[in-house]
Design a protein around this ligand. Structure first.
Ligand code: ADP
Ligand code: ZN
Length: 828
């Protein structure tokens, strides 16, 4: 349906174009710069007109008769504009300037019946050019993720590139080869300037205006007048002034290790596919040397003159990671795109990619759009990571876009993880014929020979009873760190080791309530269906009492109420957060071990780490040993490789388990496995302690046993029974409105449209289910009611057909009230 309509689009733009002209208004005025503003005559020869289709960034999309149009038609008046150019075009009756990207260039066949006199011209080229391969990728994304094409294209180019940050314009003046006539009625001064310029030595040209004025002893105003009169001809050049970011390449370069047999097999396997599309999944336990495999495959691609993209989760873009790529390939050839770059550095790096000066790009989600020529390989590290999914338009998953880009450009895609997503795992499982869609490579042991750390599961309920029996009557503290973890941390610090403690919840306490059960007051956000979280104020010297309460959804804040608003009793704070653990650790370990908040004990979460720089500094201090304990949220669970970490503690493994999301178990398994993998990477053995209220949950038991395959197979069986992804495919629509009835009404209308599409499906489409409209698990955020609809089908093709049908009827559109999420990763 939609797919077919897109094919037709290329041949048959007329109807829709006419429609758009009608809709957005066209005036019979040719608009191609100031000079022509008052002409109404068409250019004499239309048969040779060059025509462009432009997708406007603000995302104009219209549906009519089952066709979806996302581009407008314009005339090209220069001989340079090409596919991928970012251009400014006049829009609507008022010719309001709008930015867009040229997606097609041709002759009058693109007009297809449209009156050429009504076609306005592109005003200017602005910014840079996207390679044609990315245009094709954008077109796929616009369909797949139900997003206007212009908006997809807008995300592909960094803002710094669009705005031209760091560009300097220089003007050079040349004397006209054939001097024009001296204008009549020129003043005496002007005539003398004219003569002096004609007499000047040719060696004086070209020159910038200031130099030329100085050489000829003329005023800048005279130079301007001579230029206006045509005796001087100006050319402008835009150059990037940005410098490459400072790379921290100090210290000895790590030697190239000899590959293990398993690594060798994986490298050979992927290299065999260089030059053609195939997806490879590399499952390797933490520390098994996956990065080394990436480095070798990239090397092989580069030896063939190809470039490579490496995606890592934003949080893994540490100097440690960058260093390994910079060391191996040389600073000038690697671009590391992290959030700490300045806008002009970002622009500089993008430009260096586009020219092919840079051969390897390492970056987070959006690096998948790096404009590299000769792309030969894409690596997605930690492919299971949910930060690859963008939670605003376009709601794409960078791993899936990577696979598509690999497909379009004919190159292998290498996905790596210790705990692959069930999506990728399902694709790598072999069928009866022994064939998997993806090829699977396994690294079962650590590359350094270090054993996987033993993981102890500690039952928090039991520990609390032990603690209660031991504690004297005077101990009124809440203990988040149980006796086992407390002892282990003491031992680790005694032995000179370092520790990582994980708690995936920020703040001090996540419940503020009345102590009187008869009252039952619990503080909620005024605008969200969520409890308020208590935060202590972070001061330079650690935590200070008082503090405030904050909603983690809409970020509303207020002072901590002292009294219950309903009955006047003093308010209680319950629950847990990283700040509370921090306070407890300092209380317990300050005297014996000198653990001090902010110096030897560092909390790493979204509240303390305001920028990439903060985070890199923290890791630097942990690496040099001055910080002994890192306490943090999932930020510290990934990718860190510090040999002296001998203890990893999970303070509360259950933070994700109880979420109303079918991926709760998978998330918990991944988090526990990842953080456990930080322990025992050096010569000293590591130890991992996992505190939990659910010591028998398979997610925790199997993560502790380092048994990914068993977990994945059990979980896949559950998903199969329930018809949930990855066994089936899902799309979700969330309608938001301040008005409860409106949110439900628009969800109802969309559900009807989707049901209509389902009814029209061919018989062999398998069971398709529509769930909802129903309130989202978090039914209100920032004063907006949220109502969800879910489509579940056996294949992505069926989901796509249903969405496309509703979209082409104009009944399904992404806007501020409607979020369409294809392959959602979070269902809150
Ligand atoms: P992963 O990415 O799987 O977590 P890394 O690539 O970071 O693993 O490797 C873990 C450690 O093992 C690193 O310090 C790395 O230098 C080392 N390493 C990797 N491959 C080998 C090898 N073949 N022989 C010895 N050490 C290796
Ligand atoms: Zn709120």
């Amino acid at each position: 349906m939609y797919r077919r309509s897109r094919l037709r689009e290329a041949f048959n733009a007329s109807r829709a174009t006419n429609h758009l002209v009608a809709r957005f208004g066209a005036v019979p005025v040719l608009f191609s710069g100031v000079d022509e503003l008052f002409h109404t005559d068409p250019p004499p020869d239309f048969s040779r007109a060059r025509i462009a289709r432009v997708a406007v960034e603000r995302g104009i999309e219209s549906a009519r008769d089952g066709l979806i149009e996302h581009a407008l038609t314009y005339r090209i008046d220069d001989d340079q504009t090409a596919i991928g150019d970012r251009v400014r075009v006049p829009l609507g009756r008022g010719n309001k300037p709008a930015e867009g990207v040229v997606i097609r260039v041709g002759g009058i066949e693109l007009l297809d019946g449209l009156d050429p006199r009504k076609v306005k011209a592109i005003v200017a080229r602005t910014g840079s050019r996207l390679p044609a391969s990315l245009i094709a990728l954008a077109e796929w994304m616009a369909v797949y993720y139900v997003c206007p094409l212009g908006m997809v294209l807008a995300t592909m180019m960094p803002a710094a590139v669009k705005k031209g940050v760091g560009l300097k314009t220089t003007t050079l003046l040349q004397r006209a080869d054939a001097p024009p006539e001296l204008p009549e009625g020129s003043t005496k001064a002007f005539r003398s300037a004219w003569a002096r310029l004609l007499a000047a030595d040719t060696a004086a040209f070209p020159a910038d205006p200031r130099t030329l004025a100085a050489t000829l002893e003329l005023s800048p105003a005279a130079i301007k007048k001579l230029t206006a009169a045509g005796l001087l001809i100006a050319t402008t050049k835009r150059t990037l002034t940005s410098t490459a970011p400072q790379e921290s390449a100090s210290g000895p370069v790590a030697p190239r290790p000899t590959l293990t047999t398993e690594q060798h097999a994986a490298v050979e396997g992927v290299c065999a596919d260089l030059g053609r599309f195939h997806v490879h999944l590399l499952r390797g336990v933490t520390g098994s040397g996956k990065t080394e495999v990436y480095l070798r495959v990239i090397e092989a691609a580069m030896a063939r003159g190809k470039t490579a993209i490496v995606l890592v989760p934003e949080i893994a873009l540490t100097p440690q990671t960058s260093r390994r790529f910079l060391d191996r390939f040389g600073p000038g050839r690697v671009a590391v795109l992290h959030s700490g770059l300045t806008a002009s550095q970002r622009h500089g790096q993008w430009a260096a990619c586009a020219t092919g000066a840079v051969r390897v790009v390492v970056g987070a989600r959006s690096a998948i759009f790096a404009p590299l020529p000769d792309l030969g390989l894409i690596v997605v590290d930690e492919e299971h990571d949910s930060s690859y999914k963008q939670d605003q338009l376009p709601r794409y998953h960078a791993r899936d876009v990577a696979v598509k880009r690999g497909h379009l450009e004919g190159l292998p895609v290498l996905l790596g993880s210790a705990t692959p997503s069930l999506e990728s795992w399902a694709n790598a499982r072999v069928n009866k014929a022994g064939i998997g869609k993806y090829r699977l490579w396994t690294l079962a042991t650590r590359a350094t020979g270090a054993p996987m750390p033993p993981v102890e599961i500690v039952d928090l309920a039991m520990e609390r009873r032990v603690r209660a029996a031991q504690a004297g009557p005077g101990d009124r503290h809440l203990h988040l760190v149980g006796p086992t973890l407390e002892r282990a941390l003491g031992d680790t610090l005694d032995a000179g080791g370092q520790a990582i403690l994980l708690l995936n919840r920020r703040g001090y306490a996540n419940y503020l309530c009345c102590p009187d059960p008869k009252c039952g007051y619990l503080m909620h956000c005024r605008d969200c269906d969520a409890t308020m979280i208590y935060h202590l104020a972070d001061s330079a010297r650690g935590l200070s009492a008082g503090g405030f309460v904050r909603c983690h959804h809409c970020l509303a804040e207020q002072l901590l109420p002292r009294k219950c608003p309903d009955c006047g009793k003093a308010i209680n704070t319950f629950g847990l957060g990283t700040q509370r653990v921090e306070e407890e650790l300092e209380r317990k370990f300050a005297i014996p071990h000198g653990l001090r908040i902010g110096t030897t004990l560092l909390r790493v979460d979204g509240d303390t780490m305001r920028s990439a720089r903060d985070y890199f500094d923290a890791l630097g201090r942990f690496a040099d040993g001055s910080v002994r304990v890192l306490l943090g949220t999932q930020m510290i669970a990934k990718g860190l490789d510090f040999p002296n970490v001998r203890l990893v503690g999970v303070v509360h493994a259950d933070t994700a388990l109880s979420l109303p999301d079918f991926r709760a178990l998978e998330r918990t398994f991944q988090l526990v496995s990842q953080v456990a993998g930080r322990a025992g990477r050096g010569k000293e053995a590591g130890r991992v302690i996992v505190q939990t209220m659910e010591p028998r949950s398979p997610a925790i038991v199997l993560a502790a046993a380092h048994d990914y395959e068993k977990f994945a197979d059990q979980e896949l069986a559950i998903r199969t029974r329930a018809g949930l992804p990855p066994v089936g495919r899902m799309a979700r629509v969330v309608c938001r409105d301040e008005d409860h009835a409106k949110a439900h009404a628009s969800a109802g209308a969309i559900a009807d449209a989707l049901q209509d599409a389902i009814n029209k499906l061919p018989k062999d489409s398998g069971g398709v289910r529509l769930k909802g409209p129903m309130p989202c698990p978090i039914s209100r955020v920032a004063a907006q009611y949220r109502v969800a609809i879910e489509i579940l089908a056996q294949t992505r093709g069926v989901v796509q057909t249903v969405l496309a049908h509703a979209r082409a009827q104009g009944l399904l559109k992404s806007d501020q009230h409607t979020a369409i999420d294809v392959d959602p990763v979070a269902l809150l």
